[in-house]
Ligand binder design. Structure first.
Ligand code: FAD
Ligand code: PYC
Length: 415
């Protein structure tokens, strides 16, 4: 595939952009692959990418029931940060942030990574203590975050009402390396790189069954026929539980809707990302000028990619009291995604009861920021059959051994 470059843009500009190649192939599935990854979201694609790039395993198919990036990867609000509390989380989330910092160059695809700085507002004594504790933990982990006072918060976010009708802003956890990236571009860039390595991305192909023999995987059944494999990775986020059931085991997950909104575009008014987790709202501004907005999860377990009215009402109330200036803005779009939540709010990257089936799920409301780190760790697990240092803390065994990685404070979005 030809490299994207300033010269390619100039060349295509001279011939009405008629010479661009398709970014990835759309082949029919082969009869057999060494590795099959179910789910062409960011985590599935990154798993395949690092399998090829780091471990030299390129006989890989990524099977997607819809279109690539059409799940949570294309539905999230693109926030990237690594300010988690526990050491295993700091390891994988900061690895992801480091990889994000060079991902556009690595993929030769502009993912529009924008490390504009991230603030998590503290609006109660309890939250303030929680965030200060995270800052101290991050210092020990070598991750740069700091506590800033309310006046500095106001100078970074002039549109913020720091006196708040419900809760005043007491200060914030600030991670200057945090920010955003264009979510579709992350999926498209990874897909292009996987296709370029000879991997097959099979879209509109739903996995309907998993075949096993003597406790070991043999292949999958799909709407495009049966496909055999030596190793299988389930990377299907909110549907991980239903796909795992096909192989005969259960996962400790709940699936719920999380929704988001974008407003009509306005002139630049906020150049950092701000999360207010006590009142449940968060905000950033896209390059087009739209405000990208979200709040807490919907509480009833469900699989509808929509979200319910009471969450909209609650989030809008919080946004308007926190940023009164946006109260007259019109919303352009609203959507939902199905997120998969574990009891300790940490992901699962694990072997399973079936030999050579691996699972990557449980990223809940916060997995976009983890995509490259998760793919790196998962590829190592699949290639070697054992978790490396990044995945080690996130095995399924932690639920039977009571060895939780509690991230309920750092999860960011209220659960
Ligand atoms: P997905 O992108 O959902 O990919 C899984 C794929 O599996 C889907 O494409 C699906 O179609 C496919 N699939 C499912 N079943 C089958 C089957 N039977 N056969 C074949 N394919 C199948 N995280 C952050 O870090 N920052 C944020 O700001 C943020 N905001 C969010 C806002 C919203 C509204 C939502 C919903 C999520 C948000 N997240 C955020 C979370 C983040 O989006 C997810 O954790 C992450 O995208 C999960 O990626 P994934 O690749 O695991 O899943
Ligand atoms: O995990 O940072 C996060 C997040 C922000 C919005 C949704 N998730």
């Amino acid at each position: 595939m030809r490299k994207y470059s300033i010269f390619a843009v100039a060349r295509e500009a001279m011939r009405y952009h008629a010479g661009w190649e398709k970014a990835w192939r759309s082949p029919e599935p082969k009869r057999k692959y060494k590795v099959i990854v179910i789910g062409a979201g960011g985590h599935g694609l990154a798993t395949a990418y690092y399998l090829g790039k780091v471990h030299g395993i390129k006989d890989v198919a990524i099977i997607e029931k819809g279109w690539l990036g059409g799940g949570n990867t294309g539905r999230n609000t693109t926030i990237i940060r690594s300010n988690y509390l526990q050491d295993p989380s700091a390891g994988i989330f900061d690895k992801a942030l480091q990889l994000y910092e060079g991902l556009s160059q690595d993929l030769n695809y502009n993912i529009m990574f924008s490390p504009r700085g991230l603030l998590m507002l503290a609006q109660s004594e309890h939250e303030m203590r929680g965030y200060k504790r995270t800052v101290y933990a991050n210092q020990l982990q070598g991750i740069e975050t700091k506590w800033i006072g309310r006046e500095e918060v106001k100078s970074l976010v002039p549109i913020l009402n720091i006196d708040g009708p419900r809760y005043p802003v007491l200060g914030a956890l600030y991670q200057e390396r945090g920010g955003t990236a264009r979510h579709d571009a992350v999926a498209w860039g990874l897909a292009r790189a996987c296709s370029n390595m000879g991997m097959d991305i099979i879209q509109k192909c739903e996995v309907t069954g998993i075949r096993t023999e003597n406790g070991e995987v043999r292949g999958i059944d799909t709407t495009k026929g049966a496909i055999d494999c030596e190793k299988l990775s389930i990377v299907t986020a909110g549907h991980a539980g239903t796909v795992a059931n096909m192989a005969g085991f259960r996962l400790p997950l709940e699936s719920v809707a999380l929704q988001a909104w974008v407003s009509e575009p306005v002139k630049p008014c906020i150049d950092v990302v701000v999360m207010a987790n006590l009142v449940h709202c968060y905000i950033s501004q896209s390059d087009k000028g739209e405000l990208v907005l979200g709040g807490g999860i919907d509480h009833p377990n469900n699989y509808s990619q929509r979200g319910s009215w009471y969450t909209i009402e609650e989030t809008v109330r919080s946004l308007v009291e926190t940023y009164p200036i946006i109260s007259r803005l019109k919303m352009l779009r609203q959507w939902g995604g199905i997120v998969d939540i574990t009891g300790d709010h940490s992901p699962i990257l694990s072997k399973t009861p079936v030999k050579n089936i691996f699972v990557n799920c449980g990223w809940g409301t916060g997995g976009f920021k983890a995509i490259p780190g998760s793919g790196w760790a998962m590829a190592e697990l699949i290639a070697k059959g054992e978790p490396g240092p990044l995945a080690k803390g996130f095995g399924l065994d932690r639920f039977t051994e009571g060895r939780f990685v509690d991230e309920s404070v750092a999860a960011g979005v209220a659960h």
